[in-house]
Design a protein. Structure first.
Length: 202
């Protein structure tokens, strides 16, 4: 039986710490997508419901926080390959994943600045995300093509580069709508419904 002065069991404490860290990373990712990686820590604190002291205990520097958010987003995107697809067609699942990938790229664009002179570290993280996420995107593209929704001749690497290029404008133009441009790209992959033979109802 514990008293108010008895410390919680180590396992419970670790569980609480992990939950707080997940809340913090989810909140930081949302704030970074909305306001960039230079957003004030107080915005992350407000989004997460945690104190600023808790944030600094987990991540003493902004670079550490940005890298942690980067890895957190990669983990979430990679997990899509190992979980049951959400309700919807393979094309809709692909579209949702690509939108989440675009949000991730916003964080990645700020990663180089956050790491400053650590070019080797930046390149290592870039290579890690490509190696982990390219197979996931390939799987989603093939599922959509197998369902007859999109073309089957799209290479995952080419498509990933195209999405990345469409996201670059976010840094330069405040009114740029990356998701709208990505939807136009996705629409270009779709296969038109077959035209019925002459004489049959359309």
């Amino acid at each position: 039986m514990s008293t108010p002065h008895t410390p919680p069991p180590a396992g419970r404490k670790r569980s609480d710490v992990r939950r707080n860290e997940q809340r913090l990373l989810d909140a930081a990712a949302a704030v970074f997508v909305r306001a960039g990686v230079d957003a004030p820590v107080r915005e992350i604190a407000a989004e997460s419901g945690l104190g600023m002291g808790t944030i600094y205990r987990h991540f003493p520097t902004r670079a550490e926080l940005v890298v942690a958010v980067f890895r957190h987003q990669v983990d979430a995107l990679a997990a899509a390959a190992h979980t049951a697809p959400a309700a919807g067609t393979p094309y809709e699942v692909l579209r949702l994943w690509v939108h989440r990938f675009a949000d991730f790229l916003v964080t990645k664009h700020g990663l180089a600045e956050a790491l400053h002179s650590d070019q080797a570290g930046f390149e290592s993280l870039h290579n890690e995300f490509v190696e982990r996420l390219l197979p996931v995107l390939d799987q989603l593209l093939k599922a959509s093509a197998a369902a007859g929704s999109t073309r089957a001749d799209i290479r995952a690497y080419d498509f990933m580069l195209a999405v990345g290029n469409l996201c670059i404008g976010v840094e330069t133009f405040p009114d740029y709508q990356a998701r709208r441009m990505i939807d136009l790209l996705l629409a270009g992959l779709t296969r038109p419904a077959p035209t019925p033979p002459a004489g049959e109802p359309k």
